[in-house]
Design a protein. Structure first.
Length: 174
């Protein structure tokens, strides 16, 4: 839809190369104004690499959709520090850094949309870290509303429950 409206679209992915290729094939039929970038947002150097690329391009941003997150399904007492850190890095830290570093390239009256989760409000025992990371997304959304006050930019978080994605389908088959 964004391509059809003439937007330049940058899509990122971490692991699902098949879906990235499917998007590329479909998008090519609509426009040539897009990039698909593989980025592991648990790795801060990769986050800064995409930021540097966008800065160097001189693109002005009208819309950011901050959807990246990960979960590590384990009990409270068996969650590793590294698992906890990765969940916070992807869902909260990387998005904070991207928006902070690209602040001056975000146009007035732009849109920033985060994907939170119902788990931010209704915790689940085997994904405590995920719920906490999504609570951080909600807090980040509210804080950024104050930072962007007066710019006409709207900042929202959507908080879906379980979504019937390919990942969810595969998870239930295990």
């Amino acid at each position: 839809m964004l391509l059809k409206k003439g937007y330049y679209v940058i899509v990122t992915y971490a692991h699902d190369k098949e879906s990235a290729e499917a998007f590329t094939n479909e998008a090519t039929n609509v426009s040539k104004s897009f990039d698909v970038c593989k980025i592991d947002q648990t790795d801060r150097l990769q986050t800064y690499a995409i930021i540097d690329s966008i800065k160097a391009s001189g693109l002005k941003l009208d819309c950011l959709i901050c959807n990246a997150s990960i979960t590590r399904r384990s009990s409270f007492t068996s969650t590793l520090d590294s698992d906890w850190d990765d969940m916070m890095e992807v869902a909260v830290n990387s998005h904070y850094i991207i928006i902070r570093e690209l602040f001056h390239q975000i146009n007035q009256n732009s849109r920033i949309v985060f994907t939170a989760s119902k788990l931010a409000l209704y915790p689940h025992a085997t994904v405590l870290g995920y719920g906490v990371s999504k609570s951080g997304v909600v807090a980040l959304t509210k804080g950024l509303m104050k930072e962007f006050d007066g710019t006409g930019t709207t900042i929202n978080a959507v908080a879906p429950g379980f979504v019937d994605t390919e990942w969810q389908k595969k998870k239930h088959k295990r």
